[in-house]
Design a protein around this ligand. Structure first.
Ligand SMILES: [Zn+2]
Ligand SMILES: [Zn+2]
Length: 176
């Protein structure tokens, strides 16, 4: 699959790129995700300025930061960004001053090539939650016995009772 697209190969009417590919996942995410599914439209805004917009979908199998359990996470993102050559930007800003306030993400490139591999990897990282939780109110693991508290209360009562001699007695009785 051609994922490095020279600006010169993008026709005036634009270009549609459909990608279903696993190999462009960042190495550390391989094995945690299904194929990357992207439908992108590349539009030539000017000779050195390409707009990339479309959708990106990836199914992930993540593990919860709190309880370590595996859970499914579906990344489903809209993307819109500009890829441009730096010297072109200066012209652009002078000519189209009203657009400088645009909040479109801009990716500056040295060569006139749209590197979709790089762009999609970036978008995948942006689309992943910073804190990976199986559920918003995940209770996590007991810090004393490691029991998954989402599955109920552990036997050690968070270690609070365990430090008192009565607790030792209590657990002794329980075992009997
Ligand atoms: Zn969890
Ligand atoms: Zn416990």
């Amino acid at each position: 699959m051609q994922l490095h697209i020279p600006f010169s190969e993008i026709p005036e009417q634009g270009m549609h790129v459909a990608i279903i590919d696993q190999s462009l996942l960042p190495e550390e995410l391989l094995g945690k995700a299904g194929p990357v599914n992207a439908a992108l439209q590349l539009t030539k805004k000017s000779e050195g300025r390409i707009e990339v917009q479309g959708t990106l979908q990836v199914e992930f199998r993540l593990s919860c930061d709190r309880c370590l359990a595996g859970y499914d996470y579906a990344l489903d993102a809209k993307m819109q960004l500009i890829v441009e050559l730096p010297e072109n930007e200066r012209h652009w800003r002078l000519q189209e001053i009203e657009l400088t306030g645009s909040d479109l993400d801009t990716l500056q490139v040295i060569e006139p090539v749209v590197d979709l591999e790089d762009i999609l990897r970036q978008q995948i990282y942006l689309g992943l939650p910073a804190k990976q939780l199986c559920r918003e109110n995940c209770l996590g693991l007991c810090s004393h016995c490691g029991y998954n508290l989402n599955e109920g209360q552990c036997g050690c009562h968070g270690g609070k009772l365990a430090s008192s001699p009565f607790a030792v007695l209590a657990s002794y009785k329980k075992q009997k």
